[in-house]
Design a protein around this ligand. Structure first.
Ligand code: 3PG
Length: 210
C-alpha cells in the first residue's frame, strides 16, 4: 500500500530536508536518520545525485519513506516517481504542477505562501500544504491567522525553522509536522558524522505535536 500524504506527515514530527552533495552519503544518511527514529526523508532535487540517492535509499533502507523535494516541473515529478520516491514536495504550485499531480502515482505536498495560494491549492484538491518559506511568510503568527478562514487545511511549515522554534510550530492544531535542514548539517554529511545526525534525529523525533 502506498502511503497517503496524511500518513507521511503523521509518520514524523519533523521532515528532514536534505541536500545531498555526494551519492555515497545517501544510504548512511538514511540509516542514521532511521536509527534516530526519523523515517520520513525529503531529498531535494537540487544536486545531480538526488534521484539516484532516492533510489539507493529506498533499496537499502526500505522502512524509510523517501520523497523528493524541490519539485518545480512536471518532468521532475515523473522522474521522482520513477526513482521510487513515495511522495513529492514543491516550493510552490503552478497549473502544470496541479495537472501533473493529478496523474502522479505519489502524493504531492504543494508549497504555498499566501491565503490566495492556499485557497487555490485547496480548490485544486489539496488538503495538506507546505507553508514555504515559513519564516519569511510570518511563521507561527501566519499559521494562526490562516487557521480561522481556512480551517480544513493542515500545514507542514518549512524554511527558517530550527530545533528551538520547531516546538512552537508543532503546538499549532493546523500544523501536521515541520520541515527543516537542521537535522542534516552539510558538514556532518561531508565528514560522515552519522552519530551526530542520529542524535539530532532522535531529538527531533521526540518533539511533541498538538
Ligand atoms: C530549504 O529550502 O532548504 C528548506 O525549506 C529547508 O529550509 P531550512 O534550511 O531553513 O530549514
Amino acid at each position: 500500500m502506498k502511503p497517503t500524504v496524511e500518513e507521511i506527515l503523521a509518520a514524523s514530527p519533523v521532515i528532514p530536508v536534505v541536500v545531498l552533495a555526494r551519492l555515497e552519503e545517501a544510504v548512511p544518511l538514511a540509516r542514521a536518520l532511521v536509527a534516530g527514529g526519523i523515517r520520513v526523508i525529503e531529498v531535494t532535487l537540487r544536486t545531480p545525485v538526488a534521484l539516484e540517492a532516492i533510489r539507493l535509499m529506498r533499496e537499502a533502507v526500505p522502512e524509510a519513506l523517501v520523497g523528493a523535494g524541490t519539485v518545480t516541473r512536471p518532468g521532475e515529478l515523473a522522474a521522482a516517481e520513477r526513482a521510487g520516491a513515495v511522495f513529492a514536495v514543491t516550493p510552490g504550485l503552478t497549473p502544470p504542477l496541479v495537472e501533473a499531480s493529478r496523474h502522479a502515482g505519489i502524493p504531492v505536498l504543494p508549497g504555498v505562501m499566501t491565503p490566495s495560494e492556499a485557497i487555490a491549492a485547496r480548490d485544486a484538491g489539496f488538503s495538506h500544504l507546505k507553508l514555504f518559506p515559513a519564516g519569511p511568510a510570518g511563521g507561527v503568527a501566519m499559521l494562526k491567522a490562516l487557521a480561522g478562514p481556512l480551517p480544513g487545511l493542515r500545514f507542514c511549515p518549512t524554511g527558517g525553522i530550527t530545533a528551538e522554534s520547531a516546538p512552537d510550530y508543532l503546538r499549532l492544531p493546523n500544523v501536521a509536522c515541520v520541515g527543516g535542514s537542521w537535522i542534516t548539517p552539510p558538514a556532518a554529511l561531508a565528514s560522515g558524522d552519522w552519530p551526530l545526525v542520529t542524535g539530532l534525529a532522535a531529538a527531533a523525533a521526540r518533539l511533541a505535536r498538538g
